[in-house]
Design a protein around this ligand. Structure first.
Ligand code: AMP
Ligand code: MG
Length: 497
């Protein structure tokens, strides 16, 4: 652990790529930046001590006002499909990659978001508002607490600069870290430029997918084989991410290909939402009027996005049928992970043929009764011991009782197969480690935003404490595990950020 950024080893592998991949430039300074919050967990990942985060030098770097020692700051170029339509060149319009920290936990790129204009800003101002920055800061750490792949957040900075959205808001910067910020759209950028496409492919494969270089017997060696194995690996990681999102009720909101991580991480938190009342076609982003990115559409959208990623690869001469075969792994990887997650959440020993019906009926019950996603799953552990308590959670007790009977019968099948009465205490414990009690509900984030707007980070601190381990009940924090209050109905999140 070191007390200063200068004590870290910093490399610049992305800056070593050809200059067409980025523009070197420094962040635009902020006026009177203040450190609203620093995250010691992520500091630790980088090798920074808790003391380091309290030093003025830390704020200077994470606000973008002084360079990261040893870093070569840049904004990366990428393209993408937005809402199903080719949008052409996009890029880091308000983000600066500061450099790549080499630490005991691996290599971590450090990137500022909201750090000013770049050649890729198009009509934007290069800034991010406090509201959306608090939401990104909290959500990435909430995801990590749930064990779901995500970029992480190191620090949250607020400044005096006004930012003009629907109203005048406050500028903020999130310092985020990830092994890589390369997106599907980074590859789409080089459709028609095979040389650059190969450079990016080799860069990503060497650093993050080295196993794809090795051809198992019977598989093609050389570039085509590597690409096919790479695409399969990306498909599998993406499928696992989608299964994880679905089973915590997370909606990303803007699953454009420029917001899809090549590492299968959750990236670019904007108008996301963790569902309160379950609606199978819930749309969290008020700008998404067509419902393209509804909860139940996410898995198929990700698959569609993989095909957009495949398109530049095919231009390198990869066989289209072989590519389809590689991408077909998406469906099985999704189903395997989805079922494994649901087994853990429902407390089932393993997936059985009829479980599709049990799960479909469960979603149906939650949907028709607008039941709370998180608390309904959480209530399952105690349902066998307290069936009345379970049934009373639902508006229509009969429908709930019918499903519960089906569920209890299913648990009985596992008990019989186990050859004994089963380990009830163990089952309850395991289920309560699979079904979070606390989740980053919109109204909780809103409470943290309101306090942060007044310079008070205590709500952020409280939420991080709860969300880092969202499974363990904490005395005195019952309100944070409750369904949303009425005023939460009026909260709307949109692409404005
Ligand atoms: P998003 O949908 O937030 O992931 O952003 C899509 C594209 O718009 C990316 O290229 C962003 O860098 C860019 N962008 C979003 N907001 C701004 C902004 N305020 N200023 C400049 N570029 C932006
Ligand atoms: Mg984005």
């Amino acid at each position: 652990m070191t007390d200063t950024f200068a004590g870290l080893e910093v490399v610049n592998s992305y800056a070593d790529l050809p200059s067409s991949f980025y523009t070197r430039l420094v962040p635009q300074p902020l006026n009177n930046p203040r450190l609203l919050h620093a995250n010691p967990e992520v500091g630790h990942l980088l090798g920074l001590s808790a003391e380091a985060l309290a030093k003025p030098e830390f704020l200077d770097v994470v606000s973008g006002n002084t360079p990261l020692p040893g870093g070569q700051s840049l904004a990366a170029v990428y393209s993408g499909h937005q809402f199903g339509v080719w949008a052409g060149q996009l890029g880091d319009g308000r983000a600066h990659l500061l450099g790549e920290v080499v630490s005991a936990s691996g290599n971590w790129e450090l990137q500022l978001k909201g750090s000013g204009r770049t050649p890729y800003s198009r009509m934007g101002d290069g800034r991010a508002v406090l509201r959306s920055s608090v939401r990104e800061y909290l959500a990435s750490e909430a995801m990590a607490g749930l064990g779901i792949p995500t970029t992480r957040a190191l620090a949250l900075v607020v400044a005096d600069d006004p930012v003009y959205r629907e109203t005048v808001e406050t500028a903020a910067v999130v310092a985020r870290v990830s092994p890589s910020f390369v997106r599907f759209g980074s590859f789409e950028q080089w459709y028609g430029s095979p040389e650059n496409l190969r450079v990016l492919l080799n860069y990503v494969v060497d650093r993050h997918y080295p196993e794809c270089r090795e051809a198992p017997s019977g598989e093609a060696s050389g570039e085509e084989g590597t690409i096919l194995r790479f695409m399969q690996a990306v498909a599998v990681r993406t499928a696992h991410l989608m299964a994880d999102w679905q089973t915590v009720g997370f909606c990303h909101g803007v699953m454009n290909t420029d917001n899809m991580s090549i590492l299968g991480l959750t990236i670019d938190y904007g108008p996301y939402g963790f569902m309160d009342a379950f609606q199978v076609n819930h749309v969290c982003n008020h700008s998404d009027t067509q419902g393209r990115y509804a909860w139940n559409a996410q898995p198929s959208v990700a698959h569609w996005n993989l095909y957009r990623l495949a398109s530049p690869m095919l231009s390198l001469g990869v066989d289209a049928e072989a590519m389809k075969t590689a991408l077909r792994h998406y469906e099985s990887a999704f189903m395997d992970r989805y079922r494994a997650n649901l087994c853990r959440k429902l407390g089932l020993a393993s997936w059985r043929d009829n479980d599709d019906k049990l799960v479909d009926d469960w979603w149906q019950l939650l949907h028709t009764q607008k039941a709370d996603f998180t608390l309904s799953f959480r209530s399952l552990a105690e349902a066998p011991a307290d069936p009345e308590g379970f049934v009373q959670r639902f508006a229509d007790g009969e429908e709930a009782r019918a499903w519960l009977n089906q569920y209890l019968e299913r648990l009985g099948v596992d008990r019989l197969a186990g050859g004994a009465q089963g380990d009830e205490a163990g089952r309850i414990k395991r289920m309560n480690r699979a079904n979070p009690l606390y989740i980053l509900r919109n109204h909780l984030a809103e409470g943290a935003i309101r306090a942060a707007s007044a310079g008070d980070a205590s709500e952020i601190e409280t939420l991080l404490m709860l969300l880092r381990d969202p499974y363990t009940p904490r005395a005195g924090y019952e309100a944070y595990a409750a369904e949303p209050p009425q005023w939460a109905d009026s909260l709307a999140v949109s692409c404005s950020s």
